[in-house]
Write a protein that binds this ligand. Structure first.
Ligand code: COI
Length: 357
């Protein structure tokens, strides 16, 4: 820890929620991290303050022109009581990539990483220890300048809030049902699909509603031009196991470069399992399905971890994925290994975890 961050003490501490009823992103801890930006001082006044509502001008630019970027990572409790972060340097680096695309001033990655560690250290007691739970860390930046002119803002706030969470989909092991969206699109190359900005998620909601009306949990996005090539799922990247080989859509400028996605590719390579980043169309997936070669489909994400996909709906076709329930699936092996590393239960051969102390 190198920087001195002011700590403004909370008068009253919240009661912690029962670990069985955590859900995802419903409860928030006692403190948050805040840092401001203006052109004169740059990023300044880093502080840990009681979690509380913000006061912003109705004319704050984030409300009108959506300069808003965010990240998601987790702190995990090990059996012996330590607290580990998983590749946090990747999140702060990606936050800067997002800032760069939206003309938000760059952050000092070391300062923000250190702030995250200090905040988690202060809130250590909030890191739950039940299997499948963690403390979700949500760093984000918004444009706070009061102005209706369309231009990059001159004032911002960076905040980090913390939420004890369970599984994103309710039951982590239950395979999810995914609907292939061929009417709405999420992103195009040259746009903002490759970064974590709030607008990408706002634009996804209509299709998400449509999928839910049809009984599905998430949307699988196709590319925005030909509406043919697979991109990603609502809150995760997607992988297919076809005829013994694992494939995932190649990053192309409109797909989010997930950190869990990257970790899965690294792990598979480390194990010697064939894995490829490819341009893959929904027709190719259907073709593999028809030939009986589509062995597994799974999603990856910080919130979602590894989520087996049990069913893909596309137009009026339903693809039931047999491998989703198999004990010896690659998705299960990945889930057990990743969570094993994150919880300090097993060796960390690629040196991904960072202890908070
Ligand atoms: C995450 O996995 O951390 C995400 O950011 C997905 C989120 C939108 C729930």
């Amino acid at each position: 820890m190198n920087q001195v961050i002011e700590l403004i003490k909370a008068d009253v501490k919240k009661e912690k929620p029962a670990v069985e009823s955590l859900g995802f992103g419903k409860h928030f801890t006692d403190y948050m991290f805040v840092m401001d930006y203006n052109d004169e001082k740059g990023w300044h006044q880093p502080r840990i303050t009681p979690y509380a509502p913000l006061v912003l001008e109705p004319s704050a630019m984030v409300f009108h022109y959506a300069q808003a970027v965010f990240e998601g990572l987790k702190a995990y409790r090990t059996k012996d009581g330590r607290v580990l972060l998983f590749r946090p340097e990747k999140n702060v680096a990606r936050l800067n990539t997002s800032c760069q695309r939206l003309s938000i001033p760059q952050i000092d990655e070391e300062v923000v990483l250190d702030a995250i560690k200090q905040l988690v250290e202060v809130e250590k007691d909030w890191v739950p220890d039940k299997e499948g739970t963690s403390l979700y860390i949500r760093p984000f930046i918004i444009a706070t300048e009061s102005s209706l002119g369309v231009h990059p803002a001159h004032e911002y706030k960076l905040m980090v809030i913390l939420s004890p969470v369970g599984s994103y989909y309710g039951d982590q092991l239950k395979p999810v049902r995914i609907y292939v969206e061929d009417e709405y699109v999420r992103a195009v190359r040259g746009g903002v699909g490759f970064i974590k900005t709030a607008g990408n998620y706002a634009a996804s909601l209509k299709a998400q509603e449509k999928a839910e009306e049809r009984g599905y949990e998430q949307v699988l996005w196709l590319d925005g031009v030909e509406r043919k090539y697979i991109e990603e799922v609502g809150s995760m990247n997607i992988f297919f196991k076809i005829n013994g080989e694992v494939v995932t859509p190649k990053l192309n400028g409109s797909i989010l470069g997930g950190i869990t996605r990257d970790s899965v590719i690294e792990l598979l390579k480390y194990w010697g399992v064939p894995v490829k980043e490819v341009k893959i169309s929904i027709d190719e997936v259907y073709d593999a399905y028809q030939k009986g070669e589509l062995e597994e489909v799974f999603g990856t994400g910080t919130a979602a971890v590894i989520s087996p996909v049990g069913e893909l709906g596309w137009k009026d076709i339903t693809m039931k994925i047999a491998g989703a329930d198999k004990e010896d699936s690659i998705a299960n092996r990945l889930y057990n290994t990743l969570t094993g590393i994150q919880l300090g239960k097993q060796e960390d051969p690629l040196h991904w975890t960072v202890e908070v102390k």
